[in-house]
Design a protein around this ligand. Structure first.
Ligand SMILES: Cc1cc2nc3c(=O)[nH]c(=O)nc-3n(C[C@H](O)[C@H](O)[C@H](O)COP(=O)(O)OP(=O)(O)OC[C@H]3O[C@@H](n4cnc5c(N)ncnc54)[C@H](O)[C@@H]3O)c2cc1C
Length: 385
C-alpha cells in the first residue's frame, strides 16, 4: 500500500492493549503511539512478574463467563479472537507459552520483562511519543488529539488509556463512563481481625466459590477474596459476606466425643489454624483451655456456626491485589464488532478503559489482546472497503 494512501492511526496509551493494536496495524497504517510514560510499563508487574497472559479456555462462551462486567459483549469479540489466537500471536512475537496446572497461561521464560521486550522489538513500523493526551476533538474528517506538547490529526484514534488514569478526556466527549471502582482487591472489614493477620485458610468457600483466603491487618485477602471483590465490586458498602472456613465434611460432635480430654482449641486446630480456633472460641465465650467433654450441644452449634458461617462486614477495599478497574466506557456506546464508538466515528476503545473486567487468571490481558485485534481488524478493513 502506498504511503500516502495509508490511514493515519493514533493510539492513545501504550499499555498491553495499545501496543498489540499497534503491532496488528503497523503493516497497513501509519501508527503513532502516544503515552505519557514508558510503553508497556504496566505489563511488568503482571502475574507477579511472570505475566499470566491468557487462560486455557478455548470455548469463547465459557471464557466470557469469567468477566463479571462484559460477558455478553465479549461473545462477538472472543468469537473473532480468543485464547488460541493469543497463543499464536505470541508465538509470532517469539513468546512461547505453557499452561500451568491451574490453567493459567504463562510465557516459557516466566518473565513479564521478556514479554515486554519481545513486544517492543516487534513494533518496527510505528512512531512513539512520550506525551500526555489532554483533549480529543472530533472534526468532520479527522480526529484531533491535543497533547501537552502537540496537536495531531488522525483518521482513526484508538483510546487505550487503561483504567487507572482519569477518564475526563473521554467523558468530555459526551461518552458515558460507568463510575470506575476497584476490583480484584483485598477487603477491609469492620471486624478487628488484627490477631489473625498473616493466617491463611485453604479451600474456604463463599457464594459457592472455593479458594484460599488470607487474613490481613485490615480484613481479608487472597484468591477467593479477590474473586468476591470482583463479584461485589459494584455493591454499595457496607455489605456482609459469609465465609465457610471448613468446606469439607465436619462431624464436630464425633470429634468431641473421641477426644474428651483434649483442649477444645487444640481439637479445632486439627483442621483450622490455632489462632483462628482461639478467635472463634473467644467470639462464642468459650475458654480455649476447656476440655472437649465440657462442650455442650449449644456451644458446639455456636462453634459450628462460626466455622461455616464466618460473617464479615465489608466497609472498604485494600488495593493489594491485581487491582483492575470495574467501570469505564459504557459498553452500550461501543460496537462490539469493531470497538468503534457508536457516538463518534473513527474513535475506538480497547482494553481496560472499557467497562469490562475479569477475574484473576489471565482474563484481563485477554480482554486487551482481543479488543485490540477487533479494533485493528476493523480499521484495516475500513480501508479496504
Ligand atoms: C499488579 C497487577 C498484576 C496484574 N496481573 C495480571 C495478570 O497476570 N494477568 C492479567 O490478565 N491481568 C493482570 N493485571 C491486569 C492488567 O495488567 C491490565 O488489565 C492491563 O494492563 C490493562 O491494559 P491496558 O492496555 O488496557 O491499560 P494499561 O495497562 O493501564 O495501559 C494504559 C497506558 O495508557 C497510558 N495513559 C493513560 N492515560 C494517558 C494519557 N492521558 N495520555 C497518554 N498516555 C496515557 C498509561 O501511561 C499506560 O501506559 C494485573 C494488574 C496489576 C495492577
Amino acid at each position: 500500500m502506498a504511503q500516502e494512501s495509508r490511514l493515519n492511526v493514533g493510539i492513545l496509551g501504550g499499555g498491553p492493549a495499545g501496543c498489540l493494536a499497534a503491532f496488528f496495524l503497523q503493516d497497513y497504517c501509519n501508527v503513532l503511539i502516544i503515552d505519557n510514560s514508558n510503553i508497556l510499563r504496566t505489563i511488568l508487574p503482571t502475574g507477579g512478574g511472570r505475566c499470566n497472559l491468557a487462560h486455557c479456555e478455548y470455548d469463547f462462551k465459557e471464557l466470557a463467563k469469567n468477566y463479571p462486567r462484559g460477558e455478553k459483549f465479549l461473545y462477538s469479540v472472543f468469537s473473532k479472537y480468543s485464547t488460541a489466537e493469543t497463543i499464536s500471536t505470541f508465538e509470532d512475537l517469539g513468546v512461547k507459552t505453557y499452561v500451568q496446572n491451574d490453567n493459567r497461561i504463562f510465557p516459557e521464560s516466566n518473565s513479564a520483562k521478556d514479554v515486554r521486550n519481545k513486544m517492543i522489538d516487534a513494533l518496527k513500523n510505528i512512531d512513539i511519543k512520550k506525551e500526555k493526551g489532554l483533549r480529543i476533538e472530533p472534526t468532520n474528517e479527522k480526529i484531533k488529539l491535543v497533547t501537552d506538547m502537540n496537536s495531531y490529526y488522525f483518521d482513526k484514534l484508538i483510546v487505550a488509556i487503561g483504567g487507572h488514569s482519569t477518564f475526563d478526556i473521554i467523558s468530555r466527549l459526551g461518552v458515558n463512563i460507568i463510575t470506575p471502582l476497584p476490583s480484584l482487591v483485598g477487603l477491609v472489614t469492620s471486624q478487628n481481625l488484627k490477631s489473625l493477620a498473616g493466617i491463611s485458610v485453604k479451600d474456604a468457600e463463599c457464594f459457592g466459590i472455593r479458594g484460599d483466603i488470607l487474613f490481613t491487618h485490615k480484613g481479608v485477602s487472597g484468591p477467593l477474596i479477590y474473586k468476591i471483590s470482583s463479584l461485589k465490586a459494584r455493591d454499595r458498602k457496607p455489605y456482609t459476606i459469609s465465609i465457610n472456613l471448613h468446606s469439607k465434611d465436619l462431624d464436630l460432635q464425633d470429634l468431641l466425643n473421641k477426644n474428651p480430654h483434649k483442649q477444645v482449641n487444640n481439637l479445632l486446630s486439627s483442621f483450622l489454624p490455632l489462632n483462628l480456633a482461639n478467635y472463634i472460641l473467644d467470639k462464642v465465650n468459650i475458654s480455649k483451655t476447656d476440655k472437649c467433654h465440657k462442650i455442650n450441644g449449644q456451644q458446639r452449634d455456636l462453634i459450628l456456626n462460626l466455622i461455616h458461617n464466618f460473617k464479615l462486614d465489608v466497609i472498604g477495599v485494600n488495593k493489594d491485589g491485581e487491582v483492575v478497574t470495574s467501570g469505564g466506557v459504557d459498553l452500550k456506546e461501543v460496537d462490539s464488532k469493531t470497538m468503534e464508538s457508536k457516538k463518534i466515528n473513527g474513535l475506538y476503545f480497547i482494553g481496560e478503559v472499557l467497562d469490562i473486567d475479569g477475574f484473576c487468571g489471565g482474563f484481563n490481558l485477554q480482554n486487551c489482546w482481543s479488543t485490540a485485534y477487533v479494533a485493528s481488524d476493523a480499521i484495516i478493513n475500513s480501508k479496504l472497503h
